[in-house]
Design a protein around this ligand. Structure first.
Ligand SMILES: [Zn+2]
Length: 252
């Protein structure tokens, strides 16, 4: 049997499959990797590396830098559509074959594809909060203001910040706890498109392994869990296209 056939059998024999996704699942949607050699973080903007724009201190000192950079990416996410992997994962969940998707991505594509139990451990721009009074605003309310060149301000005079986890901030506690718990209960953990280098999020698949889950990795470069994985595949789109064929009839 080929490797995708083995993945198919593992999926059908597991009772609690949890998926962990990184930037690699979104590159097929046209979203560039953040941390790779040619990743978004290495771009420069007004003399700063983009990675620095995601620092909370710089954001608080001058939010216009972040918002003028983010206008054409974070606030233009509707330009990107879910790809095969997002779509198949959503169908697997509807078929009862996947229980939760934990993602490091902030692009909302799992939700757009139809996944329901999505745990965004690095946050997302779906909501924004005022840095002064805590008032909430949606992506849909903020995006047009960013496109108009504004730094979105709250009526109280504070600045709205997207609920993306910036450097110097803690991970969202409730979401992270839910992710840890999902990992502890999983009997199958699929690690997709992540090289597992960004902690603490990358420790989640390790926690699943520690608690007895079988681990499958689909990533085009080595990961720290490769040696513990029961299966390692490389090409995400290929794997999920074949998997979808094998599951034909079972998927909604
Ligand atoms: Zn406010």
């Amino acid at each position: 049997m080929n490797l995708v056939g083995e993945l198919h059998d593992l999926l059908l024999s597991s009772t609690n499959t949890v998926v962990f996704t990184g930037a690699g699942v979104s590159t097929a949607s046209g979203i560039r990797d953040f941390r790779g050699k040619h990743g978004i973080y290495n771009d420069t903007f007004h003399g700063y590396r983009v990675e620095e724009l995601f620092g909370i201190e710089l954001f608080n000192a001058d939010p216009s830098l972040f918002y003028s950079w983010a206008r054409d990416f974070v606030y233009d996410l509707t330009a990107f559509q879910p790809c095969t992997v997002h779509n198949v994962l959503a169908r697997l969940e509807r078929a009862g074959l996947v229980n939760a998707v934990i993602t490091q991505n902030i692009d909302r594509l799992h939700t757009l594809a139809g996944s329901r139990n999505v745990l965004e451990v690095h946050g997302s721009p779906s909501l924004h909060h005022c840095q002064r009074c805590g008032a909430e605003a949606t992506y849909e309310a903020i995006a047009p203001r960013v496109h108009a060149g504004e730094v979105p301000m709250c009526p109280c005079g504070g600045v709205f910040k997207p609920d993306i986890v910036f450097y110097g901030e803690n991970l969202p506690q409730t979401t992270f706890s839910a992710a840890v718990s999902a990992c502890q209960q999983a009997d199958l953990m699929l690690v997709l498109g992540s090289s597992l280098t960004v902690f603490p999020a990358a420790a989640l698949p390790e926690e699943a392994y520690r608690c007895g889950a079988r681990v499958v990795i689909v990533n085009d470069s080595p990961t720290s869990l490769d040696r513990r994985a029961i299966l390692k595949l490389e090409d995400l789109t290929d794997t999920f296209t074949q998997l979808c064929d094998l599951l034909k009839g079972r998927l909604p």
